[in-house]
Design a protein around this ligand. Sequence first.
Ligand code: NAD
Length: 423
Amino acid sequence: MLTNESKVTEENPYQVALAQLKLASEISKVDPWIVEMLKTPKKVIEVAVPVKMDDENLRVFTGYRVQHNDARGPYKGGIRYHPNVTVDEVKALSMWMTWKTAVVDLPYGGAKGGIVVNPKELTKGELERLTRRYTTMILDEIGPYRDVPAPDVNTNPQVMAWIMDTYSTIKGYSVPEVVTGKPLSVGGSAGRNEATGRGVSICVREAASAIGIKLSGAKVAIQGFGNVGYNAASILRNEMGVNVVAISDSESTLYSPEGINPDKALEYKEKNGSLRGYPGAKQIDASDLFSLPVDVLIPAAIEGQINKRVAESISAKIIVEGANGPTDIGADEVLREKGVLLVPDILANAGGVMVSYFEWLQNLHREKWDLNTVNSKLEEKMVYSFKEVSKVTQNYDTTMRLGALVLGVGKVADAIKTLGLFP
Ligand code: NAD
C-alpha cells in the first residue's frame, strides 16, 4: 500500500531535470556550450551542521545550498527541512528555480537549500539552533545581491526570521533583504504567505477558462495541506467557488463529494496535529487521491508523486503543479496522450517567488506595500506569464511543460550568450 510518506516514482529528480533541459534545448536550439554549462550547478555547498540537542547530546546534520545559475540576477530559492533531502534533489530544485524565475521574468537566477532532518522530531529551540548554525555556515555564500533564500517544505516565516537575525547580527546591521518569506513584523510582505497558493489558483482559473470548464462548482483534489495546498484550497473555494472534494497531508487523505471546508480542516489540523479523523469527510487510501472523479488535480506536497501508472488512472482534465517536480517524464507522456492540460510547476507555483521578489524590492527601498497592491501585481504577472507560456506552447505545438521550459531555458541561454564567458 502506498503510504502518504512515499514517493511513487524512483526517478532521480536531477536526472528528470537534466532530461527536461535536453528536450527544451533541442527544441529551442540552444548552443551546445551553453547547455553544457547549464547541466551542472555553478556551486554545490555541503555543510555538516553541529547542534547541541536539549538532552545535551550533539547531533550533526547535513545541509546543502546549491547555486545553479545567476546569469539573470542573484540566486534565489527556498530552503527545505526534510529527512529525504539529497544533494541530487537540491540540484534539481535549484535548476527548476533558474527556469522558474526566467519563465515569469524576474531578475533572479536559481538556487535551493536543504537540511536532512525531520523537523517534527526537534524542539523549537533545537530547530532555532540548527537554523542559525546552518546560516553561519553558508553566510558568505548568501546575501541580498548574491543569493536570497526563502521558505520551502517544513520551513516557515519564523525560520526566515532566524536566518535574517543571524545574518544581521554577524554583519552588524539589519539586513531584511537577505531572505524573503519573513514575518510581517520584520520586513515580510503582505500576501507572501498565501502567494504560491494564490498563483496556483490563478493558474487553475486560467486553465479552466482555456478549455471551457466552468470554475464555479468544479471539483478539485489537492495533495498536501501545507502552505501551498491549504492556501490554494482556501482561495479556490472562498474566492472562486470551486468545490474542494479531497485534501491530504502526510498522514491522512480525506474525500467528500459534497466538499471540504479548508479553513475548518486547517483549524482541526492545528488542534490535532494532522487531518486524521477530521469529521465530515471519508478517510481514503493515499493512492486513490489522484484517480478521484474530479476536474482538477493539484499535487502540492513533494516531488515524485505521479508516475506512468498513476497518470493512467487520472480522470481530471487539468493538473496544476503546486509542488516542484511532482510528475515524472513517463507520466508526462501519458498525460499528453490523454489530452490532460498540465500547468507545470515552473509556472504554476511561481506566485511564491514573485511575491518574494516584491518583498525584496520593498526591503531594498525600505517601503511597505498594502495587500491590494501586492495581489494585483501578482495577478497581473501570473496572467501575463500564463499567456506567454501558452503562446510558446502553441508555437511549438507542444505541452505546457515543454512550452515553459523552452521559454525559461531560452531566456537563460540568451543571458549567458550576451554576457559571454569570462575570461
Ligand atoms: P509545507 O511543508 O508547508 O507542506 C507540505 C504538505 O505536504 C504538508 O501538509 C505535508 O503533510 C504534506 N505531505 C508531505 N508528503 C506528502 C505525501 N506523500 N502525501 C500527501 N501529503 C504529503 O510545504 P509547502 O511550502 O506547502 O510546499 C509544498 C510543495 O510546494 C513543495 O514541493 C515545494 O517545493 C513547493 N513550493 C512551495 C512554495 C512556497 O512558497 N512554500 C513555493 C513554490 C513551490
